[in-house]
Design a protein around this ligand. Structure first.
Ligand code: NDP
Ligand code: MG
Length: 385
């Protein structure tokens, strides 16, 4: 029996994680559940899976939740609540499904408490990859990818010798605007951007897919997860999202992992791998039906976000923190109708240009850089920049 702590339970990954847990009651038990403000979805899953620890963003949210529950868990709130859930005594593994750098401190706390981490929350690894990796090493825990591309790579590396790898090839669907030129992006709406062709996901990652910052974040995520040089990471466009990613070896062999787009596959593999379990309702891959798979170059001129991510990754230190924080605020501003789509990458580029890299930032320095970048962009907006 594996006991799971889930932080970000009400989101797209969170709900799919609950679904997978419920499908295998003999193998998994939900020990802790943290969410933000979505009382409706939280009520449903908490009553079904009955975790011992429950955390929400505020007392007000908890007060709405309490009368709806059919039993009495231990209640927590705010950032401390996320940490309490991430370190719940009996939990074996923590699924990090919150969105954004808010996941950093609970993830570090989980690792320090000796928990394995199934990481969906890529922003954490982008903002402080070196701290997370050092802590994973120090505490001897496993860091397991949930992101579909990284799960694919992880599966392709099974039984292989690390020194035989020559390259990692990340596939990208291209997001909502893949069939538009840059000129056609100037006045796209939030609604257009949220309309992803292959995946149904949370708002932030859907916008990130449209700008290509999602793939950029994944490049940095891959660097840390697989200890691979940026020169050995390639991104290619693959519009069907059937090949989830690939690994090329020294002898020119390429291993790929394929499947219909369904995040429950990578979630389940992170929880049970290398054992493979059934998933109710998932569609088997029928290549005869699909017929053709397409591949194209991911052009840095069409997708400056990708260039910026490679630049931030190579600059290292605190630069990925800046890229991530600027992108998080810019995406929020875009979703609130305050800036245009193309301004997202401009805000990130400007923030990076202003920043002087701190080579080996401490946690305190990362939190400070993150805060300062957000504040600077926010002030620029309020000042009518
Ligand atoms: P969603 O927006 O759907 O969900 C985000 C979750 O985080 C919600 O449960 C939300 O709670 C919670 N949350 C946000 N802020 C806080 C906070 N301050 N305190 C507590 N909880 C908080 O996101 P996704 O599920 O799409 O993505 C989650 C992560 O997984 C992201 O890092 C994303 O990049 C990554 N990922 C997602 C994929 C997908 O298919 N969705 C694929 C690969 C990676 P509430 O809504 O209750 O306020
Ligand atoms: Mg992905």
């Amino acid at each position: 029996m594996k006991r799971i702590s889930l932080i970000g339970g009400t989101g797209s990954i969170g709900v799919q994680t609950c679904d997978v847990i419920e499908q295998h009651p003999d193998l998994f038990e939900l020990e802790a559940y943290a969410f933000g403000t979505n009382v409706e979805v939280a009520t449903e899953w908490i009553n079904r899976l009955r975790p011992k620890y429950v955390s929400a963003t505020s007392i007000e949210v908890l007060e709405q939740l309490k009368p709806r529950l059919t039993y009495e868990p231990l209640y927590f709130i705010g950032p401390e609540g996320l940490k309490e859930c991430a370190t719940a005594e009996r939990a074996d593994i923590v699924v990090t499904a919150v969105v954004g750098a808010v996941g950093l401190e609970p993830t570090l706390a989980a690792i320090q408490a000796g928990k394995d981490v199934a990481l969906a929350n890529k922003e954490t690894l982008v903002t402080a990859g070196h701290l997370v990796k050092a802590s994973v090493k120090e505490h001897g825990v496993n860091l397991l990818p949930v992101d579909s591309e990284h799960s694919a790579i992880y599966q392709c590396l099974n039984g292989e010798r690390r020194e035989d790898v020559s390259k990692i090839i990340l596939t990208a669907s291209g997001g909502s605007f893949r069939d538009r030129s840059r000129d056609e992006l100037a006045d796209v709406t939030v609604e257009d951007a949220l309309n992803h062709p292959n995946w149904s996901m949370g708002a932030k990652i859907t916008i990130d897919s449209a700008t290509m910052f999602n793939k950029g974040l994944e490049v940095i995520e891959a660097h840390w997860l697989f200890d691979i040089d940026y020169n050995d990471i390639e991104v290619i466009l693959h519009r069907e999202s059937i090949i989830h990613s690939m690994v090329e070896f020294k002898d020119a062999t390429v291993m790929a992992q394929l499947g219909n787009p369904d995040m429950r596959g990578p979630i389940l593999y992170a929880l049970s791998g290398p054992k493979r379990l059934e998933i109710e309702g998932n569609k088997r891959l029928n290549l005869k039906e699909i017929g053709k798979l397409h591949f194209e170059e991911a052009d840095f001129n069409r997708y400056p976000a990708l260039r910026l991510a490679f630049e931030a990754g190579r600059a290292g230190g605190s630069m990925p923190t800046v890229l991530n924080a600027a992108n998080e605020v810019a995406v929020d501003l875009f979703l609130n109708g305050q800036i245009a789509f193309l301004e997202i990458e401009r805000f990130v580029e400007d923030a990076m240009a202003r920043h002087e890299v701190i080579a080996e930032p401490t946690l305190a320095q990362i939190l400070e850089v993150d805060r300062a970048v957000r504040q600077q962009i926010q002030q620029g907006i309020e000042g009518g920049e």
